[in-house]
Design a protein around this ligand. Structure first.
Ligand SMILES: [Zn+2]
Length: 149
């Protein structure tokens, strides 16, 4: 099977599909964040980033911060992916420059690595995690893509 040079580029239709997934993910995160905020504070929905100091319930606050941290991280990835999509490089692996398969992108649109590099990186992280922190409860390995399930 002959590969065309344009295989690096997604078709418009493919790009739009991925954009839809990303936008849906983004709005889901944003509405989750709002739900969380509604529980703890009804005012100040416009500036969720600045108003958090005013909450006095520390337990709720820490829970919310964890959640927000997670969501913020994913949101950042989604926005980054949208940028990459706009630049036409969303399917370009950041490590090796090889194209990332469209199906992989559709499932994990926030990914920036092809399957091979992703696996290599995970293997490296596993090694690093086991040698760096011998204790149980190592969470570093399942960072990344597990966020957007
Ligand atoms: Zn790669």
């Amino acid at each position: 099977m002959q590969r065309k040079e344009s295989s690096m580029t997604l078709t418009k239709k493919q790009a739009e599909q991925i954009r839809q997934v990303l936008l849906e993910t983004q709005s889901r995160i944003l509405s989750n964040a709002e739900d969380g905020l509604n529980l703890s504070m009804n005012r100040d929905l416009e500036t969720p980033g600045d108003s958090i100091d005013e909450t006095s319930d520390e337990e709720l606050l820490s829970t919310e911060l964890r959640l927000r941290d997670r969501e913020k991280k994913l949101l950042g990835k989604v926005r980054y992916a949208l940028e990459r999509l706009d630049e036409g490089i969303i399917n370009e692996c950041e490590d090796c420059g090889e194209p990332i398969g469209f199906n992989r992108l559709l499932v994990r649109p926030v990914t920036t690595l092809c399957v091979r590099c992703k696996e290599e990186r995970e293997a490296r992280e596993r090694v690093m995690a086991t040698s760096a922190s011998p204790g149980p409860g190592v969470t570093a390995v399942q960072d990344d893509d597990s966020l957007d399930s």
